[in-house]
Structures are given as structure tokens and as C-alpha cells.
Write a protein that binds this ligand. Structure first.
Ligand code: HEM
Length: 307
């Protein structure tokens, strides 16, 4: 898959995995401090879930939708007013925002980790699940920092509209109504530069790549153990590599693969194109991706020391 395209771009793979909305607040944050032993235990549980369910893509999306709400223009306000990787996505209303369709199921998969290691914050669990999803899919090891403090109530949720649009709305604009007005633009590239949300019921119900048939894993083996459905950006959507950057701008690729306006603009915009072309080299992509992922995972976070 294409867990890649990171930070500047639209992302990755397909298989939209889960759809049940969460209507009640989940358990509040623990006030316990976190130890390295807790983090190690949580990681080992998360690795087990990833290996069994091949749910890396939805964990990456969960983590980035928690952190990507961070509004820099509010960064000087008291924490957690500017949003970010603070675990607020677990609460209604944030989990029910249009952009978060399908993510309640991902949180549910991670609840046993919180139960087993209550000292580890949800914010850390979400970010850890994403970083491990990347690593186990063949991507780079990300230099993660843990000890995030959790938002404790629905009042600390970000407003709807702080994540980017893949396609323009009916008025021909990306962002705007339903999103953060300050990121509104007729151009996908400028909207991406400004950042905000909307990625509901995106793509086809299923494709030949996500219909339950075998798909490739990072070790070269194949699996059918995944939640079928959705549209991928690349054929081997459970493998983390740079294939997004060799697929989107290649007109001869399979027509069932997703190519959003926000994807294609990366090769059309003079500012983005040098990076889109550079990342046709996998080493260059991994190096930049690891740094971008780390930065994204810490947006708006407040850390306490790990004991
Ligand atoms: C910046 C603009 C971005 C746009 C416009 C965008 C758009 C989308 C859309 C429309 C989907 C399909 C959601 C659905 O199935 O309903 C999606 C899925 C996904 N996105 Fe993004 N995205 C962006 C950034 C990112 C970033 C930065 C990451 C990773 C750090 C990311 C990771 C993913 C993953 C892993 C999926 C697949 C989830 C799954 O298969 O369950 N996206 N994105």
C-alpha cells in the first residue's frame, strides 16, 4: 500500500476497514504515569494485533487524523486548545466527524491495549500503532517519542474541518464550509499548503485488489487476512514503499487505483513536483517520510517523562 505520500500529500492505500460510529465517550484518560515497561508491553500487544489483522493502514490514518487537527494559529493558547496528537479523536463528536468515517473500529481494536496498560495514554497508543504499522509493513523505523498526555473530555475535541480535502466540494472549492475557512482554495495544491477535511465513503466499495483476494505482505508472502473493501492507491497496499510516487503519475496503471485531485496536483504544482519526483527513489522517500511522520506524530502533544 501506500502508507506513504505523507505530510504533503494524500496518502495511502485503500481497504476502508471499519464503519461503526462511536456515540458514547470512551473511558477518560488515566492519571497514571507511564513506564518504559508499559510502553514495551503495549508495543508487543500492538504488534500482535497488526500481525493478526493486517490493519496497519487504518492505524496510520487514525493517528494522523488525531494529530492532523492541530491548528498552528492557536498554538500559543493553553494546551490542548490547538488540537493535535492528544487522543481527542476517541470522543464523540470528533470520532463522528466526516473525515473520521471508519476510525471508530480502529479505536476499538486498540481498547484491549489500553485496558492492559492503563498508564499508556490513548494518544501514545494511537501514535505507536501507526509507527508500528509502518515498520511491520516494511517501512522505516520512526524515532518516536512517548509520554503524551491525553485530552480528558469531549469539550477538548477539535472543531470539524481541520483535515485536508481530497476533492473539491460542490462550489468547486477545497476546504471552506464544513472545513476550516482559512484553508479554502480552488486549487488542491494551495488547499494542501494551507491545511483541512473530508474523506467520507471515498472510492469504490471494493476493487480487485481489496475484494478479499490475496494481497502481498512486506516479507513477500500473501494474505487474505484483512478487512475487504475500499480502493487502494497502489496494488500492493499492505506493503509500505514508495510505489505511490511511481503509480499516480503513470497513466498506464490499473484504472481501479485511486487518483484524487489532491494526488495529481503533486506532479502539476511547481513547488510540490520536485519532491514527488525525488520520491521515485525509495531511500530518499524513506528518509523524508521518517522525519515527517515523527513531526506529525508530535503536533500539539504535551509530554510527560517516561519513567
Ligand atoms: C494531506 C492530505 C490528505 C488527503 C486529502 C487524504 C485523503 C485520504 C482519503 C480520501 C482516504 C480514503 C478514506 C476512506 O477510505 O474513506 C485516505 C485514506 C488513508 N490515508 Fe489519507 N489523506 C491525506 C493525508 C494523509 C497522511 C499525511 C497520511 C499518513 C501519515 C495518510 C494516511 C492514510 C491511510 C493509511 C489511509 C488508508 C486507511 C485504510 O486503508 O483504512 N493520509 N486518505
Amino acid at each position: 500500500m501506500k502508507l506513504s505520500a505523507a505530510i504533503t500529500v494524500a496518502a495511502v492505500s485503500g481497504a476502508q476497514a471499519f464503519t461503526a460510529p462511536v456515540n458514547k465517550p470512551l473511558r477518560p484518560a488515566s492519571s497514571l504515569s507511564v513506564t518504559q515497561g508499559d510502553l514495551d508491553g503495549a508495543q508487543s500487544m500492538i504488534d500482535g494485533i497488526l500481525t493478526e489483522k493486517n490493519c496497519g493502514p487504518v492505524f496510520v490514518r487514525l493517528a494522523w487524523h488525531d494529530s492532523g487537527t492541530h491548528d498552528v494559529s492557536l498554538a500559543d493558547k493553553e494546551w490542548p486548545a490547538s488540537g493535535g496528537a492528544i487522543g481527542s479523536i476517541r470522543f464523540d463528536p470528533e470520532i463522528n466527524h466526516g473525515a473520521n468515517a471508519g476510525l471508530a473500529g480502529a479505536i476499538k481494536l486498540l481498547e484491549p491495549v489500553k485496558e492492559a496498560f492503563p498508564g499508556v495514554s490513548y494518544a501514545d497508543i494511537f501514535q505507536m500503532a501507526s509507527a508500528r504499522g509502518i515498520a511491520l509493513a516494511g517501512g522505516p523505523e520512526i524515532d518516536m517519542k512517548y509520554g503524551r498526555v491525553d485530552a480528558t473530555s469531549p469539550e477538548e475535541c477539535s472543531p470539524e474541518g481541520n483535515l485536508p480535502d481530497a476533492e473539491a466540494g460542490p462550489e468547486g472549492k477545497f476546504g471552506g464550509p464544513g472545513g476550516t475557512a482559512s484553508t479554502e482554495d480552488e486549487s488542491a495544491a494551495w488547499h494542501l499548503r494551507k491545511p483541512t477535511p473530508t474523506e467520507v465513503e471515498f472510492g469504490a466499495e471494493k476493487t480487485k485488489f481489496t475484494d478479499g483476494s490475496a494481497t502481498k505482505l512486506a516479507d513477500g508472502s500473501e494474505t487474505t487476512a484483512y478487512t475487504a473493501g475500499g480502493s487502494p492507491w497502489v496494488e500492493d497496499w499492505l506493503v509500505f514503499n514508495n510505489s505511490y510516487f511511481t503509480t499516480i503519475n503513470d497513466a498506464s496503471t490499473d484504472e481501479e487505483l485511486v487518483k484524487c485531485t489532491s494526488d495529481k496536483c503533486l506532479w502539476e504544482d511547481a513547488g510540490f513536483a520536485p519532491y514527488a519526483n525525488k520520491f521515485a527513489d525509495q531511500e530518499a522517500f524513506f528518509e523524508s517520510y521518517a522525519k515527517a511522520h515523527k513531526a506529525l506524530s508530535e503536533l500539539g502533544s504535551k509530554f510527560e517523562p517516561v519513567e
